[in-house]
Ligand binder design. Sequence first.
Ligand code: SME
Length: 159
Amino acid sequence: MRASGNRLTREQARELLAKLESTLSGSRGKDSREAIVRFLNSMVPSYSWVGIYTVDAKDLVLDAWSGPSATEHTRIPIGKGVCGFAAKAGKTEIVSDVSKDPRYLQCFLSTKSEIVVPITNQGAVVGEIDIDGDQLDAFSSLDREFLEAVARKASSIWV
Ligand code: SME
């Protein structure tokens, strides 16, 4: 779809959202989240590792992931790490250089940048999409817009 290391274009984002709709057709709940992480990881070369966490009381729990290896961070207290910060704030976080962000909890040595997008339902955070990139500054405001649209889709088929 695009050369590795290049950022997403608006045209590609539009195409991907349409493809995701058809990929998900009819699926809901955990099945849909498994499908979303597989789709994002396989279709967007800069999305090196893709996970969806769900909120369980005061923690985020890893529900679905796709990437080269598993993370040890399968439960993250809300407020901890970039993931916990985004969940607490209810706002997308883009970290262009994880080595410079004191909040960052390391999962993979290869990770250079990260984006975390909350998934909300009626104003409450119910989960989030967490993506690691192997390039510095891998995520733009277009990734934010695209992934916020994916998060709205995930929310609409959450259970
Ligand atoms: N880096 C995240 C932890 C999750 S792993 O990236 C999969 C953080 O700082 O919260």
